[in-house]
Design a protein around this ligand. Structure first.
Ligand SMILES: Nc1ncnc2c1ncn2[C@@H]1O[C@H](COP(=O)(O)OP(=O)(O)OP(=O)(O)O)[C@@H](O)[C@H]1O
Ligand SMILES: [Mg+2]
Length: 321
C-alpha cells in the first residue's frame, strides 16, 4: 500500500543529489492463487516493484503485507523465515544457476539451507520436482552447461518451487527464449501453479504474451500503475491511452482494429524517471493529451469489475466536436 522505492544518485559538487522514484506510491493487492502480470516498457519499475514485494530492496515509504501480516520492517531471522515463502525467477537462468553445482545439488541446496536434515528424504523430493518441471530425473547428476536454455529455465523454476513457496515473482522468465519454448514454459508455470497452489507476479514487457496467461494485468509507466484489471477486460476494453498504445505496438495479431493506429502510436522516448513529467507522467507521449494532463496528476477511476485506470479522459472527457 502506498509503496515507494527510491534510489539516490551520487551527489557531487556540481550536481544536486538526484532521487529516482523507481516505484512511486503503488497500491496493489495480489489475491492468493492468482497470476498478476506487470507490464510496461524498460525502466518503468517492474523489477523494483517485484523486489520490493519480496523485501529484497529497501522500501522508502509505504507498507508490504503478506497474508495479512505487515512485513515492511521485518529484519534478521524473521525476514529470512518470511523469505522462505517467496521466490524469484529471472530472465537468464544461466546467471541464476551455479555452474559448479549439479542439478541435484542445485535443488537440494534450498532444502538443506531451510532446515532439511534427513538427506534420505531429500532425494525423492528432488527427483519428483524434476519430473514436475518436465525434466528427466536421470538428468540429476548433470551440470547447467549441459542443458539448453529452456531446460535451464526449467531447472531454475524447479529450484524456486521446491520449497513450496506461496508466492513467486517471475521477472521476464521468457525473454531469453524463442517463441515455441516460451509457450512450453508458460504451460509449465500453469501446471506448477495448479499442482502447488502458487501465486505469481509475472513481469513482462510483452502485453500480448500475458493476455491468455494472467488473471489480472497491471500496466506500469514511470513507476506508477496506470491501469489494472482482469486480462479479459484489458484485452476487450483498455481504458488508458498507454495500455492502448502497448496493445497497438504488439507484434502479434492486433485484436483492437477499432483503435485508429494514429491515436495509439507512442511518440518519443521515455522521460527520465529522475525527473518525471509534471501532472500525468504519460502526458509527454500521450496521443490524446489535454491541458489538464500537464498540470494535474490523474487519480484512479473505478471502471467496474476491479478495472481501474488513472487518466483525465475518464473523468473529464473532451467536448465533442
Ligand atoms: N539499484 C539501483 N540503483 C539505482 N537505480 C536503480 C536501481 N535499480 C533500478 N534503478 C532505476 O529504477 C528504475 C526502474 O528500474 P527497474 O529495473 O525496476 O525497471 P524495469 O521495469 O524492471 O525495467 P526492465 O524492463 O529494463 O527490466 C530505472 O530508472 C532504473 O534505472
Ligand atoms: Mg526489470
Amino acid at each position: 500500500m502506498g509503496l515507494t522505492v527510491e534510489f539516490r544518485g551520487r551527489r557531487s559538487l556540481f550536481k544536486p543529489e538526484s532521487v529516482v522514484q523507481a516505484v512511486s506510491n503503488v497500491d496493489l493487492t495480489i489475491e492468493q492463487g492468482e497470476t498478476l502480470a506487470v507490464v510496461g516498457e524498460s525502466g518503468c519499475g517492474k523489477s523494483t516493484l517485484g523486489r520490493a514485494l519480496l523485501r529484497s530492496t529497501p522500501i522508502a515509504h509505504g507498507r508490504v503485507e503478506f497474508k495479512g501480516r505487515d512485513i515492511t520492517r521485518l529484519s534478521g531471522r524473521a525476514l529470512r523465515d518470511a523469505r522462505s515463502q517467496f521466490q524469484m525467477i529471472f530472465q537468464d537462468p544461466y546467471a541464476s544457476l551455479n555452474p559448479k553445482m549439479s542439478i541435484y545439488e542445485t535443488l537440494a541446496e534450498p532444502l538443506l539451507v531451510h532446515g532439511a536434515t534427513d538427506r534420505a528424504s531429500i532425494r525423492p523430493q528432488v527427483l519428483d520436482m524434476l519430473s514436475a518441471a518436465g525434466l528427466d530425473p536421470s538428468f540429476a547428476e548433470r551440470y547447467p552447461h549441459e542443458f539448453s536454455g529452456g531446460q535451464r529455465q526449467r531447472v531454475a523454476i524447479a529450484r524456486a518451487a521446491i520449497l513450496r513457496p506461496d508466492f513467486i515473482v517471475c521477472d521476464e522468465p521468457l525473454s531469453a527464449l524463442d517463441v515455441s519454448l516460451q509457450l512450453q514454459i508458460l504451460k509449465l508455470f500453469t501446471a506448477l501453479k495448479q499442482q502447488f497452489s502458487l501465486t505469481y507476479l509475472f513481469i513482462s514487457h510483452d502485453l500480448a504474451r500475458v493476455f491468455g496467461f494472467a488473471d489480472r494485468i497491471a500496466v506500469m509507466y514511470l513507476g506508477k500503475i496506470v491501469e489494472i484489471g482482469t486480462a479479459a477486460d484489458l484485452y476487450r476494453a483498455p481504458a488508458h491511452p498507454y495500455t492502448r498504445a502497448l496493445i497497438a505496438a504488439a507484434p502479434s495479431p492486433n485484436p483492437h482494429r477499432d483503435i485508429p493506429p494514429a491515436a495509439a502510436t507512442l511518440r518519443g522516448d521515455i522521460p527520465s524517471p529522475a525527473n518525471p513529467p509534471k501532472g500525468c507522467r504519460f502526458h509527454t507521449r500521450c496521443p490524446q493529451v489535454m491541458d489538464v494532463c500537464k498540470t494535474r496528476e490523474p487519480t484512479m477511476s473505478d471502471l467496474g469489475n476491479g478495472q481501474r485506470a488513472a487518466c483525465h479522459l475518464l473523468t473529464q472527457p473532451p467536448m465533442a466536436g
